[in-house]
Each structure stands twice: as structure tokens, then as C-alpha cells.
Design a protein around this ligand. Structure first.
Ligand code: GN1
Ligand code: MG
Length: 369
């Protein structure tokens, strides 16, 4: 997203039910998949900000289903917050701005799929965690999100990306990419490929527990990165969970595992100094406490027994995806430098090693709550 076309955003903005004059647009660099812009409008002298976002339809093949899920989910969240008498509801749940047609999206002549949200003011997101209270807030926010959706009425949500966290398929895709080696990169990544192969047995553990019915399917977020929680800019209290494209039927542990991946090492996802990439117990403890305080009562004993394991598995699985994309020529995740996906894979695998070393202590802590 190095450059963008202002006149195009201007055209897009006219397609939505927003009043006033578009004053200013800036691209938002967060996220590896969609294109996001923050647009400021003058509405009778007051400035109002909105998010315009172009959905990546290569990744989300059924964008209507994505938006239908998001509408159901946000309406349910809003109803629950209002029923509980929560203050500041519009900062605690995303608001979809309809297009002129009334639809939750607008399709351009070129077939691009755009949607708009009200910008949540007075919040911040962070690319990495800097202190234990932030980890607590992340755990609490995604735990509450899961709990809020525990009684979502109506039919099963659409699977916006089928088999998204299917770790067996992710593993097999990596080995297939290594064998095909279309970009002649497998040599460069041989240590990572070897690292992954040695850990193959992990990838079936949760899938088996789910197929035996020990672990239930739930409505889950499926992209619980720390930067998908908006924290109040002053108090750093979690306000709003964002990036709802992958909210669909899933496993609670996949959400928790991805939180472990992104909140327990105070480093970036693509940190190059691997000596800094370590699971820190003080961060894990707060994450775990926040999550279990919110979602714990809903979990069964099979889920609770795999709390620490899920952190290891999800970090491994996302590492596999980065590695696969590196081997396949960077076709999925947006990259900003050569070898970016390999760097990301290395960072994940370093964190996997660190979780492996601490897994017992992590699980013991989870059992004590
Ligand atoms: C992608 O686009 P973003 O940053 O929200 C990806 C997640 C990965 C994540 C890794 C739809 O999320 O699954 O965990 O990158 N989203 C999709 O940073 O593939
Ligand atoms: Mg995402």
C-alpha cells in the first residue's frame, strides 16, 4: 500500500451514507490482508472520522457472507451491551455504515468490495505489548467477545475462510510448498522446514479432541492479534475488538493461542533480534487471568487442559503459514522487505521454542485459576 489514489477514495466515500465533505484521507498500515483508510469529514463544522476498507476478495471469496456475519455479530454485541446498561456502547462495538443502496458494502465498477465503519475515537492499538496490564486487557476483551457470542441466535455463521485454523492442512500445505519449491527458496529455509517437521505430531491434537466431541465448536474471533483490540488512549482499558472478518465457528483455544502468540513476548511479529523473542511469564499470567475471568466459566475441562498447548500450537501454525507463503513467493501476506515472511516465520518458531520450555509452568498457572 505504498501509494493510493485519493480520487478513488473520494468516489468510494460517495457510495456510503455519510453526510458532509470529505476533508482528509490517510492510509492505515495495520494488517496484512485488507486495505484500510481513515477518512475525515466536515459535518456542519464538526469533524467526524470513518474507516473505509477495501476487502481482499482473493482471501475472502464470499464477501457478502463476511458482511452478513459482521452485521449479525455486531448487532448481537450491541444488544447485549445495551441490555447490561454499559456506558459508551458506540466505542465498544463496531458500527457498520450502510452504502447508499442500504447494503453493508459497495462494489465499484472494477469489482472492488468496500465497506465503511465509524471510527472509534480516543483509542489506540499497539503492535506489541509493553506491560502486563495490556496483556490482561487483551485476554479480557477476547474472552468477553467469545462469551457475548455464546448465545448468538440464528443459523450457524458462515465460514468466511474454510479450514482457516486447520493445523493439519496448514502443515501439509507447508510440506507441499517445500517440495514444490517454486521460488527456489527451500534451501534458505531448510532449518525452519526441519524445525516444523519435527513438531508434526502437534497438529492433530485439537482437531482430534474436536472430532471426538470433547472440545465444542463455538463462535470465535479467529484473529486475536493484540493489534485487533482497541485500548482507551488514556486508561488503556480494552474498549473494542476489531477485525471481524474471520468471526465464524471455531475453537475457543485457537483464539487463546493466538493471544499467547501476540501478547506474551514484548516484540514485534517480525522481530529480527531473536534473542528478544521470549514468552514472558508475567505477561502470560495476566493474559490468562484476563481471558479466564471472562471466558473461563464457559470452558470445559478438555479446553482448560490445553490452554498452554494452544499457545504453542497457534504460534507454530501461524509460523507455518508465513513459511508456506515465503516458499510460495509471498502471495498471501503483504510483505515490506525481502525475506519478510521468512523473518516472520523465524520469529514465530523462536517463540514456539520459548513456550515449549515453559509449557508446564504455563499450564500449572492456568490450572490454578
Ligand atoms: C493476518 O491481516 P491481519 O493482520 O489482520 C491473517 C491472520 C494472521 C495474521 C498474522 C485473514 O491478519 O490469520 O494470524 O495476519 N488474516 C487472514 O499477523 O489470513
Ligand atoms: Mg485480520
Amino acid at each position: 500500500m505504498a501509494s493510493y489514489d485519493l480520487s478513488q477514495i473520494r468516489d468510494v466515500s460517495r457510495q456510503f451514507q455519510i453526510y458532509g465533505d470529505l476533508q482528509h484521507v490517510e492510509p492505515c498500515k495495520i494488517g496484512h490482508i485488507n486495505e484500510t483508510y481513515i477518512a475525515t469529514y466536515n459535518q456542519g463544522g464538526a469533524s467526524m472520522r470513518y474507516i473505509h476498507q477495501k476487502l481482499n476478495t482473493e482471501v475472502f471469496r464470499n464477501p457478502d457472507a463476511v458482511m452478513h456475519n459482521i452485521q449479525r455479530v455486531t448487532q448481537h454485541q450491541r444488544r447485549k451491551l445495551e441490555a447490561a446498561g454499559t456506558a459508551d456502547v458506540s466505542r465498544r462495538v463496531l458500527t457498520v455504515v450502510p452504502a447508499m443502496s442500504g447494503a453493508p458494502h459497495s462494489r465499484t465498477e472494477k469489482g472492488q468490495y468496500w465497506r465503511t465503519f465509524v471510527f472509534v475515537e480516543g483509542v489506540r492499538t499497539f503492535e506489541s505489548v509493553t506491560n502486563p496490564p495490556q496483556a490482561y486487557q487483551a485476554g479480557k476483551a477476547f474472552g468477553e467477545f467469545q462469551r457475548q457470542l455464546g448465545d448468538l441466535p440464528g443459523e450457524r455463521l458462515a465460514e468466511t475462510i474454510p479450514f482457516f485454523h486447520h493445523s493439519r492442512r496448514r502443515f501439509d500445505a507447508m510440506t507441499a510448498a517445500a517440495e514444490a519449491d517454486v521460488c527456489r527458496r527451500a534451501q534458505q529455509a531448510s532449518a525452519e522446514i526441519e524445525f516444523a517437521r519435527k513438531r508434526e505430531k502437534w497438529v492433530d491434537v485439537i482437531l482430534k479432541a474436536m472430532s471426538k466431541g470433547q472440545i465444542p465448536e463455538r463462535v470465535t474471533h479467529n484473529d486475536t492479534k493484540f493489534n485487533n483490540v482497541m485500548l482507551d488512549a488514556k486508561t488503556e482499558e480494552a474498549m473494542c475488538v476489531v477485525d471481524l472478518d474471520t468471526v465464524m465457528p471455531g475453537c475457543a483455544l485457537y483464539d487463546f493461542g493466538d493471544m499467547v502468540r501476540t501478547t506474551t513476548s514484548p516484540t514485534l511479529e517480525d522481530e529480527l533480534d531473536l534473542s528478544k523473542v521470549q514468552m514472558r511469564m508475567p505477561l502470560f499470567r495476566q493474559l490468562c487471568r484476563g481471558y479466564l475471568e471472562a471466558a473461563g466459566p464457559m470452558l470445559n475441562r478438555h479446553e482448560r487442559a490445553l490452554i498452554a498447548f494452544s499457545g504453542k500450537l497457534m504460534t507454530f501454525t501461524i509460523g507455518l503459514r508465513f513459511l508456506t507463503d515465503y516458499l510460495s513467493g509471498d502471495t498471501y501476506f503483504r510483505v515490506h522487505r525481502p525475506n519478510h515472511n521468512l523473518d516472520r516465520a523465524r520469529t514465530q518458531f523462536k517463540l514456539v521454542e520459548s513456550i515449549e520450555k515453559n509449557e508446564e509452568a504455563m499450564q500449572k498457572f492456568a490450572d490454578s485459576i
